[in-house]
Design a protein around this ligand. Structure first.
Ligand SMILES: [Zn+2]
Length: 98
């Protein structure tokens, strides 16, 4: 069932919530106290992933070939240009500088 939820981040959105009425009410209450909306979730996830990393936009094929172990920025894939933004850890470069 599609339920309206006022998330703890201050945004309001809709979520697909299953179960009976009591279970749904409990889930909604939990989301309102602890949950954040998908947009804020993506933002937070990207902030966590980018910590200590350089954000580099590159062709998807290059990412697949050289950087597959790195995290990508959620939602950054560009269908038309076939590029993706990848978080490259800075320490990979720092090691050579001394
Ligand atoms: Zn939000």
């Amino acid at each position: 069932m599609r339920c309206k939820v006022a998330f703890s981040c201050g945004h309001t959105g809709y979520m697909q919530i299953g179960g009976d009425e009591r279970a749904r009410a409990g889930r909604i209450r939990w989301m309102e106290e602890n949950g954040i909306c998908p947009k804020c979730y993506t933002k937070r996830l990207n902030e966590e992933r980018s910590e200590g990393c350089d954000e580099v936009t590159m062709p998807y094929s290059e990412y697949k070939m050289y950087h597959e172990g790195c995290e990508t920025k959620k939602g950054s894939y560009h269908k038309k240009n076939k590029t993706v933004t990848v978080f490259i850890p800075r320490r990979l470069y720092d090691q050579d500088e001394k």
